[in-house]
Design a protein around this ligand. Structure first.
Ligand SMILES: Cc1ncc(COP(=O)(O)O)c(C=O)c1O
Ligand SMILES: N[C@@H](CCCC[NH3+])C(=O)O
Length: 476
């Protein structure tokens, strides 16, 4: 990592993160963080402008306004099919391939469901709302699985009637309700049992999900998962398809997945020994990390698939069981790098810090309502000047929003050019996952649109909310 030209103390003195370093030219886009079609144009009337999907951000801002979520359709679909192909290949010999369920919670809308269906991916919904989007997008219901730690009766009935392939049993409370819904619908419902395997995933506490002391799943160690197997087998309306584990999100360390797979397969073998039931599937969840900064080094889908295939094959051989059909549920790794957020700068202010240092606050026209991840998880992002090139010297800056909250920060630390001013466009990469899907209308700020870009054309997938939309909800 290279230090800032003013000396390492420039950033270090602010207690800034270790990852913050300046690219050779701050106008460069660091490829790992951006959709594959993103570039800074050179020459012509749009010289210096960032372009995504062949559309300059100046055009996007003029046509769709700011803030706006921009999704690079080709990049999203390439990442999705890379997972599909890598896992199909890695598991081909062991179990005839693998199924990839896109985790809709990362980002979904009808167009996304359609892309996935066209490209042969499946769909992981965790609410009735996400299921509704899948069905409206033309997803084959048999390719949908329904998660949820607190599914309503109505969600279960709706999913079973729609013909979803699998309902994931997250607790004992799901078993009889799903079986009753299946009996009423006259079907045999496939189920997975979400198992808490006791892995402490190396990620933010709020997004680790396989240790004992959290709300999801049935514990392996305490015997709850084995008891759930017995209860499911006692209901003939249910078809026990397999066990499920999801250890958390934004994980880079493959050892967590390895331990989870081995423990899950241990229970899988135990069920065979105890009940004579050979479950045909196993679902290892999602959670594959992406690069938000230059410090993050994600594994490629091919490396992940190869690594997971080795672990699963070896564990099955050791246990003396056939390799079940493997499923995974990536969300962030498909949607995250495919999306950027476009903002317009409204104001700046310099604050003197101890030691003669200063921090520049750059306020944009969105904030924690369109990206809650910085406030919620202390997440790191980067930002770049989008509408022009600048040769002004870089200034350590903090990109903040317009909300009435001092924690309303989008990018904690970034070097931005000294001549950045009101009216400039800023682009924040790697915002395709868990930004639109976690957006709020805090301070009655309408949510931004989602605009797809491809081959030089932009298309609104989700329209911008208006104040009238918000007022229409207020019926009191
Ligand atoms: C059950 C389950 N599957 C898949 C995912 C997707 O995770 P990620 O977007 O990190 O791949 C999540 C979210 O963490 C989840 O809870
Ligand atoms: N929402 C989280 C990920 C957790 C998702 C689902 N279990 C994030 O933004 O990183």
């Amino acid at each position: 990592m290279r230090a800032h030209p003013a000396g390492p103390q420039h950033a270090a003195g602010l207690g800034g993160p270790g990852w913050l370093s300046e690219p050779d030219d701050p106008n460069d886009l660091l490829p790992a963080l951006w959709p594959s079609t993103a570039r800074r144009l050179s020459g012509g009337s749009a010289d210096g402008v960032v372009s995504v999907g062949g559309v300059p951000v100046t055009e996007l801002a003029a046509e769709h306004g700011t803030p706006a979520y921009i999704v690079d359709e080709a990049d999203f679909r390439a990442r999705a099919t890379a997972f599909r192909d890598a896992f199909a290949e890695a598991f081909a010999d062991a179990c005839g391939g693998a199924d990839v369920y896109y985790a809709a919670k990362a980002f979904t809308c009808t167009a996304v469901a359609r892309w996935l269906a066209e490209d042969g991916l499946r769909y992981d919904a965790c609410t009735g709302g996400e299921l509704a989007v899948a069905l409206r997008g033309g997803t084959d219901p048999a390719h949908v699985l329904l998660h949820g730690n607190n599914k309503s009766d109505e969600e279960i009935v709706r999913a079973v009637r729609a013909g979803v392939g699998k309902v994931v049993v997250d607790g004992f409370h799901d078993i009889d309700r799903t079986a009753d819904a299946a009996r009423e619908a006259g079907v045999r419902q496939g189920v997975l049992i979400r198992t808490t395997v006791g892995v402490e995933a190396h990620t933010h506490d709020y997004i680790a999900t396989a240790h004992e002391d959290q709300k999801f799943g049935l514990s392996l160690a305490s015997g709850q998962a084995a008891e759930a197997v017995r209860r499911v087998l006692a209901r003939p309306e249910l078809e026990l398809r397999g066990l499920h584990s999801h250890i958390g999100s934004q994980i880079f360390d493959v050892s967590g997945f390895e331990v989870a797979a081995r423990r899950l397969l241990g229970l899988h073998a135990q069920v065979l020994a105890e009940h004579g039931v050979e479950m045909p599937e196993i679902d290892l969840g999602g959670g594959f990390g992406i690069a938000y900064t230059t410090q993050d080094a994600p594994l490629s889908p091919a490396d992940l698939a190869r690594g997971m295939a080795e672990v699963v094959t070896a564990a099955c051989a050791q246990l003396g069981v056939a390799v079940p059909k493997v499923s995974i549920e990536p969300g962030r790794a498909i949607a995250g790098p495919a999306g950027v957020t476009l903002y317009r700068v409204g104001s700046t202010k310099d604050v003197a810090l101890d030691g003669g240092l200063q921090r520049r606050y750059v306020a944009v026209d969105g904030g924690m309502s369109d990206n809650i991840r910085t406030a919620l998880y202390d997440a790191d992002y980067s930002a770049t000047l989008g509408g022009r090139r600048s040769t002004a010297s870089p200034v350590l800056s903090r990109v903040v929003g317009k909300h009435c909250e001092s924690g309303d920060v989008v990018v904690k630390d970034e070097f931005l050019p000294d001549d950045l001013a009101a009216g400039d466009l800023l682009v924040v990469p790697a915002t395709g996952a868990y930004c639109h899907s976690m957006a709020s209308q805090y301070n009655h700020v309408p949510r931004p649109p989602v605009v797809a870009v491809k081959d030089g054309v932009s298309r609104v997938l989700v329209r911008r909310e208006t104040e009238d939309d918000l007022l229409a909800l207020d019926v009191g």
